[in-house]
Design a protein around this ligand. Structure first.
Ligand SMILES: *Cc1c(COP(=O)(O)O)cnc(C)c1O
Length: 397
């Protein structure tokens, strides 16, 4: 009899006790709105911003309602206007082109390589079409960030980094999010810190951050921010910048602060699990492991592998056999968008040219979440199931 994995791929860890206690204090105070603070009180949200800026080595930080909101706010702060083109990854999730569309701009998709990073040759070829690249570090894969920045600097492309899957990751010694003009993080339940919904935005740029703070709905209360540009910078932007409410509240900030303090430890736990799965999948016939460059310090909160050039019905077969044994795999190559997987050509509001190389890669990308509620033994078991089922279908030919 074949064994079945019993764990839940959507079960996250509980909020740490310290976060629950802090949340209770916020609830008891009745002061949940970020600007509703007592005399001499700084408030959880402003403290979160101050701590996250320090943690990332950024001058400024703004906490907002979601990662997608942070992305759209970055585009607005950069002055992207309706009808402008914005470059972004063909391999990403729907909120990324969605953020571009939300400001009336037009996503132009850049291809993906077999290493699941943005195709820098395709980027070079398309660079002249836009002023901004919204770079999605999709599923935590970092491209050669030095070369990317060289291309962007040479062609005048400003970079907004989507770090929804790279909070805590690094390229060489530089934290993900510290290469571009602005970087956006999500604290939604399935990312690297969990406040249900939430987003963080960092930047070193005075004017961009002053605009972002005004945009987020600070009214004229921005003085209360602890990770903001000097007051005089706001003088230039406060009459010109619309209020597009999307603030974070104290409750979410309270549960995030202790989680972010533990980020490095969580990263180590994810990576221990990731490596066990990766080792278990290595040398499976027909399956390509996505090799990670040595310059990259990744966060293995999910794992991807490729079934390159497989027939769609064989891939379906693998997915179904794994599902029957309790292992939930997602496929980015499916013709119809399912759950969170969708493809650049399913975003029909943003018509794209055909990208055969990208289509070949996407047709073979299999994706799996690694929740920290799984033990290392669970991860070894999961890998053995995938290995057995992929091998079985492969041998059928
Ligand atoms: C989750 C996610 C976002 C958006 O974050 P939300 O907080 O859900 O709005 C953006 N980009 C990627 C790649 C994501 O996975």
């Amino acid at each position: 009899m074949t064994e079945t994995f019993q764990g839940s791929f959507t079960q996250q860890e509980p909020i740490p006790d310290e976060g629950i206690e802090a949340a209770m204090r916020v609830l008891q105070s009745g002061r949940l709105h970020r600007y509703n603070v007592g005399p001499d009180e700084q408030g959880e949200t402003a403290l979160l911003e101050q701590e996250f800026a320090a943690q990332m080595g950024a001058k400024y930080c703004l906490a907002v309602a979601s990662g997608g909101y942070a992305l759209a706010t970055s585009l607005r702060a950069l002055g992207v206007k309706p009808g402008d083109k914005v470059l972004t990854n063909a391999f990403t999730l729907a909120p990324v082109p969605g953020a571009i569309a939300s400001v009336g701009a037009i996503p132009v998709f850049v291809g993906v390589t077999e290493n699941l990073v943005i195709d820098l040759e395709d980027l070079r070829a398309k660079a002249a079409q836009a002023d901004v690249l919204m770079l999605s570090h999709m599923r935590g894969h970092l491209c050669d960030m030095d070369l990317l920045m060289e291309i962007c600097d040479a062609t005048g492309l400003k970079v907004v980094e989507d770090c929804a899957h790279t909070m805590g990751a690094k390229w060489k010694e530089t934290l993900s999010g510290r290469h571009g003009a602005m970087a956006c993080y999500s604290t939604q339940t399935y990312k690297h810190a969990n406040s249900g919904e939430g987003g963080l935005l960092v930047s070193d740029d005075d004017e961009l951050m002053a605009k972002a703070i005004m945009l987020s709905g600070s009214y004229m209360l921005y003085e209360r921010h602890l990770a903001r540009p000097p007051m005089e910078v706001f003088e230039n932007v406060k009459y010109e910048t619309p209020n597009i409410s999307g603030r974070m509240d104290h409750l979410r900030a309270a549960i995030l602060r202790p989680q972010l303090r533990d980020l490095d430890q969580q990263v180590a736990r994810w990576n221990e699990r990731y490596r066990v799965i990766e080792d278990g999948l290595r040398d499976t016939p027909g399956l390509t492991v996505v090799e990670r460059p040595e310059q990259e310090t990744y966060v293995g909160s999910s794992i991807q592998f490729l079934l390159l050039d497989w027939d769609a019905d064989k891939i379906d077969d693998v997915l179904q056999r794994c599902a029957a044994r309790g292992v939930e795999l997602k496929w980015f190559g499916g013709a119809e968008p399912v759950a969170f997987t969708s493809r650049y050509d399913s975003w029909r509001y943003a018509p794209s040219e055909a990208m055969p190389e990208t289509d070949r890669v996407l047709a073979g990308v299999i994706d799996m979440r690694i929740p920290l509620t799984f033990s290392v033994e669970d991860c070894a078991f999961i890998a053995s199931i995938i290995r057995a089922e992929v091998s079985a279908v492969w041998q059928e030919g």
